[in-house]
Design a protein around this ligand. Structure first.
Ligand SMILES: [Zn+2]
Length: 141
């Protein structure tokens, strides 16, 4: 047996009712066999879920947000390191990577920039070591 708190949308009566199962409740509702004790209206609905369930799911999402933020901070630290130690070449990444590789062009720093998956695949085939990094756009800058 399961107890539901029901509410009548017509007269706002709030009442409890017992059902064999949640399936039985759905069945009665579909067949229009659920009616208000007070005004006989069929406009009867289950009232909101238990608050306990809502609070437990919100604390879980808080944890997820916390986790997300810590990962995001790690990536930001990572980006800071790269910005300080690598030269940004933007969309010229594949070109610059090749010029370093083939022309033995001297660069004080390593490079980072944007490249398509196709570029990365081609660079790899040419024996150029490029890595894909997770990146977060820093909108505060
Ligand atoms: Zn009613």
């Amino acid at each position: 047996m399961i107890k539901y708190n029901l509410i009548c949308k017509s007269c706002n009566l709030n009442f409890d009712s017992w059902f064999a199962s949640s399936v039985e409740y759905e069945k009665l509702k579909k067949k229009n066999l659920l009616n208000c004790h007070n005004c006989n209206s069929l406009n009867v609905q289950k009232s909101l879920m238990a608050p306990r369930m809502i609070s437990s799911s919100s604390s879980r999402s808080k944890q997820e947000i916390k986790k997300f933020k810590s990962v995001q901070n790690t990536i930001k630290e990572y980006q800071k390191f790269i910005k300080n130690n690598f030269e940004y070449v933007g969309k010229n990444f594949a070109y610059e990577a090749r010029s370093i590789h083939y022309d033995k062009k001297k660069k004080e720093k390593g490079i980072y920039g944007t490249a398509s998956k196709k570029d990365l695949k081609e660079l790899k085939e040419e024996g150029i070591d490029a890595h894909l990094l997770p990146w977060v756009e820093d909108k505060s800058n």
